[in-house]
Design a protein around this ligand. Sequence first.
Ligand code: NAD
Length: 251
Amino acid sequence: MANPVEQFRTMIDGASRIVFFTGAGISTESGIPDFRSPGTGLWNKIKPIEFDDFIASEEHRHEYWSRHFSSKDTTWADAKPNRGHLGIAKLVDEGNSTGVITQNIDNLHQDAGVPDDLVVELHGNRAYAKCLTCGARYELDDLKAQFERDDAVPPCRICGGIIKTATISFGQAMPEEEMQRAQNLTMECDLFVVVGSSLVVYPAAGFPQIAKRMGAELVILNREPTPLDPIADLVLHEEIGPTMGYLLDLN
Ligand code: NAD
């Protein structure tokens, strides 16, 4: 019987429409903490600012932006893709994968070389900001300079709306177009590979179940057990970087 990593390689070789579904765990090797790992997860340290609070008060918006622009937080900007992101990018480049659905907001799949139009960002992207009313895009460096000067991020210069990072906060509606694209990719894949997600956040965690129902094989690569391990065809409780590196000769 082949070992699990060899089984994974065989499943990849036998598939032509692989969809990767990634969570915060794929980026920990790049120095970005995840939310739920015991001890180091971000939620053990700070309480997130809910969307309704952000909208309701200038005080919450101030707290939101000062966290975002704090020196600790901006270290994300220096994060580089690791072997997990590079392995996925390689398979996309070789034509074996139809796309990457990610819960991450760190832009590392694109930095690894996956074309923008093949990355579905369910929770948005923290590398830029948008007006919540008209959708106008703002660059964070400009907003940071204004925040440091005026102690506030200004309203949208086009419509006066509230500007926020282009991420989906707790309590904020999921983006409809991305949800639809993720659903389509999931329904059409022949292999669905979860990489670094605790699979406890819905609706995102519903996608592996849809893939299975539609007849795809399901692989879960995650250090800790997930609630969907029992329905997976292959579960690897391994480190992502070394596993993907070994699998794809990236070491
Ligand atoms: P999560 O924190 O709930 O789960 C991450 C999982 O990855 C954990 O089960 C952990 O055991 C595993 N893991 C961590 N490092 C690993 C490694 N090196 N190898 C193997 N497994 C590893 O994350 P989630 O499922 O993505 O859901 C929570 C939310 O976190 C998402 O909504 C996402 O928006 C947000 N988030 C994103 C980032 C990012 O963009 N990098 C960072 C933190 C949180």
